[in-house]
Design a protein. Structure first.
Length: 266
């Protein structure tokens, strides 16, 4: 809707007929509490009614403001016809393309898939014959976090009037031991790759939202996902570097202790 002069308006004289406002004689002034309307003049008309001019300004300068440019009931007519009447259609949906709706559903699937892999890693490191409790907790927390990301996207989909459509998730690995790298380093490298892949998917989503000029979706991705994603990549890169230093034996146990301590302190 177009609004070019927010504090200017006029009142039709028919609304100010003496009978309508219950006046026995023309009124010459009116003060309005918000301080913007300072005077109303009702000149006597030949037919006995009163004409009206509302003055609106910070200073009572007696200058009539007549240039109405915002006609809400006219401008809204088109939108009124577009309000859906079928119960299956969202009433809230506004400027939200099918392309964005599909892309959000795809990103939900990405977040769930990563969450599923992290959950499998948690189950592996929690085994009695592996027993790296710090790694187990780290991947359990990471799995929950990715699921929360999926849920955040689901809430957003509903907020914009789209429909959440969940898709299949691929079966994750259940063994994470690696002949040369060992299990902790292998799992952290895999997690780092997954976070980079997730970042790429988010950037693709951002690019698409930019192409269709969905400013709200752009703001949502930037404020809720991108910073956190970059921080995750940095943290996992540090863990991979540390695990590369410590080798596959005793050092991994120390790394796991450090991880447990950090997670407890967080
Ligand atoms: Fe995520
Ligand atoms: Fe993540």
């Amino acid at each position: 809707m177009l609004l070019t002069k927010s504090c200017s308006f006029s009142v039709s004289s028919s609304f100010l007929r003496r009978e309508n406002v219950g006046l026995s004689r023309p009124c010459s002034s009116l003060k309005y509490s918000n301080g913007l309307i300072h005077a109303v003049k009702y000149p006597q008309r030949k037919d006995g009614g009163v004409g009206g001019v509302v003055l609106a300004s910070k200073e009572a300068n007696n200058r009539p403001v007549l240039d109405v440019v915002f006609e809400p009931f006219e401008e809204v007519k088109k939108d009124l016809l577009l309000v859906p009447t079928v119960p299956q259609a969202s009433l809230a949906r506004h400027k939200y393309t099918g392309q964005c709706e599909t892309a959000i559903n795809e990103q939900i699937n990405v977040e769930y898939s990563v969450s599923y892999v992290y959950h499998a890693m948690y189950a592996y490191f929690d085994r009695d014959n592996v027993a790296l409790k710090g790694c187990a907790k780290f991947f359990k927390d990471s799995s929950v976090e990715e699921r929360q990301h999926a849920e955040k996207l689901m809430e957003y989909q509903n907020k914009r009037g789209g429909k959440v459509q969940l898709q299949s998730i691929l079966l994750p690995l259940s063994e994470f031991d690696h002949a040369e790298k060992g299990d902790a380093l292998y799992a952290m490298e895999l997690a780092l790759s997954l976070e980079k892949l997730n970042n790429e998917k988010l950037l693709n989503l951002h690019k698409m939202a930019n192409e269709v000029n969905d400013v709200h979706l752009l703001d949502f991705i930037e404020s809720e996902f991108l910073t956190e994603q970059v921080e995750s990549i940095e943290k996992l890169s540090q863990y991979v570097s540390q695990l590369r230093r410590v080798g596959t034996g005793h050092g991994v146990w120390h790394f796991d202790q450090m991880l447990s301590h950090d997670l407890l302190a967080a």
